[in-house]
Ligand binder design. Structure first.
Ligand code: ADP
Ligand code: MG
Length: 313
């Protein structure tokens, strides 16, 4: 098996008495879009900064491309593209000059660099803004510039730390599509976010973080399988007898069944066709049915079940 692109083992990082990372481990393989999902303050940015040797840490080890990462390992650094949570561009330079500057840190050949800068501009769709200075750009466009600066040198590992915070929906979609495209063209991606929908949408695997710890890891399907309630069914009904409720609870794969405010709520544990079985039972008992919803669990439900609190704050 090839060495993982990133291997973090038992990382501990303290800021004075605060433990920001508490024996945090992670392995990321080539070709993944790996999501680090966690609420604000859970340690995502600290992980990224340790990974890049921008921050020293108290315990643990970090390998990138099978080598120990260190502040002066420029060979590794040249293969990484980093898009920081706080936009890091130079205000005195135009859009074009910014991308050219960051690309130039890695790509010395002028003709190649010109081509790469052009491709990065097209990639983020900033063709019309090349002469603008960062201050003149909207939040979304500024984020796109930040991304262009991080990816122009065609790194094979791209790290994006909350690249969609405070951007308009159009830029957000463009950014998400762009990440998938970068991955298709061969880059391994690390993507941090506190938006579970985004992570679900694009990530091949996800580590959920809370208080500096990894609380779960896997594909979104694997994560959802870890929790007890795998489906929530809601059915509008006028009334339902306690006997029938009890009968529903007795169905295979069904746990809780409650009736409140004209709504029957049923929680299921695994199994298939749960909705049909509940509906059939209701029909057999001549219960008139209004609207019906069947909801699969979200990553928020996973977070809620493990930590006892909501992922959204
Ligand atoms: P996230 O990126 O998931 O929002 P961070 O890694 O930024 O989380 O922060 C993790 C924890 O460490 C938080 O409690 C935060 O307040 C704290 N923290 C982050 N940076 C510093 C710092 N430079 N000094 C002290 N505490 C910090
Ligand atoms: Mg952060």
């Amino acid at each position: 098996m090839p060495a993982p692109v990133v291997k973090i083992e038992n990382l501990v990082k303290r800021y004075k008495e605060l433990i920001a990372l508490d024996h945090f481990s992670l392995e990321i393989s080539e070709g993944e879009i790996f999501g680090l999902l966690g609420p604000n303050g859970s340690g995502k940015t600290t992980t990224i900064n340790c990974l890049l040797s921008l921050l020293s840490f108290d315990k643990g080890s970090i390998e990138i491309f099978g080598e120990k990462m260190s502040p002066d390992n420029y060979k590794i650094k040249s293969k990484i593209g980093i898009i920081m949570q706080n936009v890091a561009v130079i205000n005195e330079l135009t859009v074009y000059e910014n991308i050219d500057y960051f690309c130039g840190l890695y790509i010395k050949d002028k003709a190649t660099r010109k081509q790469y800068v052009k491709e990065a501009i097209e990639f983020v769709g900033l063709e019309e803004f090349v002469k603008f200075r960062p201050k003149k750009l909207s939040g979304g466009l500024l984020r796109r510039l930040n991304i262009a600066c991080g990816i122009a040198h065609k790194p094979s590992l791209i790290i994006l730390d909350e690249p969609t915070v405070a951007v308009d929906p159009q830029s957000r979609n463009k950014i998400l599509e762009g990440i998938v495209e970068l991955n298709r063209s061969g880059a391994t991606i690390i993507y941090t976010s506190h938006y579970m929908e985004e992570v679900e949408q694009i990530c091949t695997r996800i580590a959920i973080m809370d208080k500096g710890r990894q609380i779960a890891v896997g594909t979104k399907e694997e994560l959802k399988k870890q929790i007890k309630d795998t489906e929530k069914i809601t059915i509008e009904v006028m009334d339902i007898s306690d006997e029938l409720l009890e009968e529903i609870r007795g169905l295979e794969h069904i746990g809780e069944a409650t009736f409140d405010g004209g709504e029957l709520s049923v929680k299921c544990h695994g199994g298939k066709h749960n909705l049909i079985r509940v509906l059939t039972l209701l029909q057999q008992n001549d219960i008139k049915i209004g609207r019906v919803y069947s909801k699969q669990p979200t990553l928020n439900d996973v977070f809620l079940e493990i930590t006892g609190k909501e992922l959204r704050d």
